[in-house]
Write a protein that binds this ligand. Structure first.
Ligand SMILES: Cc1ncc(COP(=O)(O)O)c(C=O)c1O
Length: 406
């Protein structure tokens, strides 16, 4: 066999497979109760409703919906999204400020491509979304973590870090936040802190990347306005996705940004995939026009809230004393931190033996912290399996604690 890997670029040579993705593959065994992935519940997919929409799109837009589309995305969909963004409080948005991407993951990668030279610094949450870490690291960025508290990214710690870096003549390229039902921590940044974040970005002349896949999945609190709603200077790049509110298989997401940045993203995307799936864009547009999406989101919330509750009470019943676990008010994840001495990465193999899976906390922390934490997804498993899985996990933790006490 020819050794073609010797010809790889330096960049490709430095790319490493994601250990977590490997672990998640193991967790795909149907016998395993998986709290590991970030998957929507397949029962939530509106298969029957979509049948009619698909037929309508083929009948009315077939010749364009099955064709290549523009790189920026289907105009009708962008117009609908612009209208929604205005309703959510984001000012001055038109279809020209929106680009449709192949998932938010592509938008994150594109932002990395546009902003990051090797060694550049994005500031990210401790913990933060693993896919964001991977996207920015693929551009050889030097990610620096800012601790989260119950209200999201700790704003004082953020300012301290910015000042410290600036003293050394280093300017962070952007601040990456998942402010609503954060992945993995499940926390929400209150409006007051969102305003402070904007003030800070204005004061230090920084860009904010706001990643918001979960904002619509609120169970106990009203919708929170995006950080972008407080942005008067065009510093916030806002992204959201249809993955968690309709279907991840559609691979469609949208970014709201200045026209200038949108143009740059279009140029990047031309080299990536020419255009996002045109067919699913038309389907999503029709689904939204009929009002079905909002109804569907309500149904998802009705399905996920009891799942969250079942997980929370199972944790209360089965996790040993000394753990900390927030009760997420929406989204898809809870974040549990276990007593001193437990390493959730090592414990993962014990959990797998008991046929239950989670993602260990270190995977989400760019500084190697998070060793006692785990992310638990509550959207995917059935209610019965959530209760059973947490019971098993509790027993695994119990066993570990007993060994530690010996
Ligand atoms: C915070 C966050 N950003 C982005 C994504 C990627 O979403 P998409 O399916 O739109 O690529 C996810 C998916 O889990 C996520 O949790």
């Amino acid at each position: 066999m020819a050794n073609i890997s010797r010809l790889y670029s330096d960049r490709a040579g430095k790319m490493r497979k994601s250990e977590i993705r490997e672990l998640l593959k193991v967790a795909q065994d149907p016998e395993i109760i998986s709290f590991a992935g970030g998957l929507p519940n397949p029962k939530s997919f509106p298969i029957q409703d979509l049948k009619g929409v698909v037929e309508y799109v083929l009948d009315h837009h077939g010749k364009i919906a099955l064709q290549y589309g523009t790189t920026q995305g289907v105009e009708e969909l962008r117009e609908i999204l612009a209208e929604r963004a205005l309703k959510e409080g984001i000012n001055n948005v038109t279809a020209d400020n929106i680009i449709i991407t192949s998932g938010s993951q592509q938008a994150l990668d594109t932002v990395g491509k546009i902003f990051l030279n090797p060694g550049d610094i994005p500031l990210v949450g401790l913990p933060t979304y693993l896919g964001g870490i991977n996207a920015f690291r693929s551009y050889e960025a030097n990610l620096i973590g800012i601790p989260l508290d119950q209200d999201g990214m700790n704003i004082d710690a953020l300012e301290e870090k910015i000042k410290e870096l600036m003293k050394d003549n280093l300017t962070p390229k952007f601040i990456y936040v998942v402010p609503t039902f954060q992945n993995p921590a499940g926390v929400v940044m209150p409006e007051s802190r969102r305003k402070k974040l904007i003030d800070m970005a204005n004061e230090y002349d920084l860009v904010i990347v706001e990643d918001d896949p979960y904002g619509k999945l609120h169970f106990d609190i009203p919708a929170v306005r995006p950080v972008k709603a407080f942005d008067d200077e065009g510093r916030v790049i806002y992204m959201s996705t249809f993955s968690k509110i309709l279907s991840p298989g559609f691979r469609i997401a949208w970014t709201v940004a200045s026209e200038e940045l949108t143009r740059k993203m279009i140029i990047c995307k031309q080299a990536l995939d020419l255009c996002t799936n045109t067919f699913t864009q038309y389907i999503a547009a029709e689904f939204m026009k009929s009002g079905s999406l909002d109804l569907h989101i309500m149904k998802i919330c009705e399905m996920y809230k009891p799942k969250r509750d079942i997980m929370m009470s199972a944790i209360e019943n089965h996790f040993p004393d000394g753990y900390i676990c927030n009760k997420p008010k929406g989204g898809m994840f809870a974040w549990a931190t276990l007593p001193e001495g437990i390493d959730t990465e090592i414990m993962f193999l014990d959990a797998l033996k008991e046929k239950v899976a989670y993602v260990h906390g270190k995977a989400f922390c760019v500084d190697g912290s998070g060793g006692r934490s785990m992310r638990l997804n509550f959207s995917y498993a059935t209610n019965e399996r959530i209760a059973e899985g947490i019971k098993r996990l509790g027993a695994v933790i119990d066993k570990k604690m007993k060994v530690l006490c010996q």
